[in-house]
Design a protein around this ligand. Structure first.
Ligand code: 13P
Ligand code: SF4
Length: 332
């Protein structure tokens, strides 16, 4: 029998007799997932930070912006989101009649957690008249307190769409916020949130690694700290990084973003070498997002089979969170 790491949610379902685990050894999870997807006409959306086997099964594979756009256009009844909670929640908000499933409801995000709604509402109240721009990596309640949402792919465009004399609050990622201030020259009041994965990269170890690989270019996601971004030869969202390594002429790259992106980079540019940027703590796999990696093939299979766990959001919250997302999509 396969041993599976069940979430608390599945454990409770199992205890209550709703889940027929363990999964027999003699089934192919990949084939079963394909079969269930087809039988239920379900669409699988996966982020580049998912494990490779899940990425390979996706109908739509991409970064946060691409997946939000894809979710808006799904016509099938079921969307399975292999990503984290705020992504599945966004899919539900922009396509509310669909059943949106997330293989593990505990797949959260340190950035979203770093911005509690009550504290953010109080912060916003201190700056009346400011336009609130929020990174999509936040909860529906924070989106509902926002004027417009952005992702790392379109953040510069979103900021530049706002009149120059307008004060801007940017939340929750202070690192992306600082990068945007530098790129756009705008005055922005930043919320002090961060991504545990992108803050884990070690400046000193990156410098040492770059010296060992003088021909490798160093590329980074803008959620990384400014010290790291200052030495990057290219900064971009996950899709931006992926596009760059295909058109650029270097043979090797040191990549400062979540490890999962290397799967697609190797597929799209098999002749090139990709080296994950080193992290400060040698004892953990910090460049892997523990939240993203909560989704596994086993949980994806169970999720499709039982059509659980499902994302449900209170209708008034959904309506309030939809407008700032739609404003972003209209600009993209
Ligand atoms: P993008 O998908 O916009 O590159 O963001 C990366 C990320 O951290 C998602 O959680
Ligand atoms: Fe959140 Fe960072 Fe994980 Fe993305 S990589 S889901 S921002 S914790």
């Amino acid at each position: 029998m396969r041993i599976i790491k069940t979430s608390t949610f599945f454990a409770s379902l199992f205890e209550r007799g709703f889940v027929d685990a363990p999964i027999p050894d003699n089934i192919s999870l990949v084939e079963e997932i394909k079969r269930l997807k087809a039988a239920k006409n379900a669409v699988l959306l996966a982020h580049y930070y998912q494990e490779g086997a899940i990425q390979d099964l996706a109908d739509f594979l991409g970064d946060s912006l691409f997946l939000a756009k894809a979710a808006a256009e799904v016509s099938s009844e079921i969307i399975v989101f292999a990503g984290v909670h705020f992504m599945a929640e966004t899919a539900k908000i922009i396509n509310p009649t669909k059943k949106v499933l997330l293989p593990d409801l505990n797949a959260g995000c340190s950035l979203a957690d770093s911005c509690p709604p009550n504290a953010f509402a109080a912060f916003k109240a201190k700056h009346p008249g400011a336009i609130v721009v929020t990174y999509i990596n936040c909860s529906a309640k924070i989106k509902a307190l926002s004027d417009i949402v952005c992702t790392s792919s379109n953040a510069v465009r979103v900021i530049e769409s706002i009149p120059k004399d307008q004060t801007i609050i940017f939340a929750p990622d202070k690192n992306l916020g600082r990068y945007l201030i530098k790129e756009t020259g705008r005055h922005m009041i930043l919320w002090e949130g961060s991504c545990i994965v992108h803050e884990a990269f070690s400046f000193d170890k990156i410098i040492a690694l770059a010296q060992q690989h003088p021909n490798a270019k160093f590329i980074a996601h803008p959620e990384s700290e400014s010290q790291v971004l200052d030495i990057a030869q290219y900064i971009g969202s996950t899709s931006g990084l992926l596009d760059f390594v295909q058109v650029d002429n270097a043979a090797a790259y040191i990549v400062a973003t979540e490890h999962g992106i290397l799967h697609e980079m190797k597929k799209r540019a098999p002749q090139k070498t990709f080296i994950p940027a080193p992290v400060s703590d040698d004892t953990c796999a910090c460049s892997e997002c523990g939240f993203m990696k909560l989704n596994t093939l086993e949980k994806l299979y169970l999720c499709l089979k039982h059509e659980l766990p499902e994302i449900n959001i209170e209708p008034s919250l959904m309506a309030a969170a939809k407008t700032p997302i739609e404003r972003m999509l209209a600009l993209s």
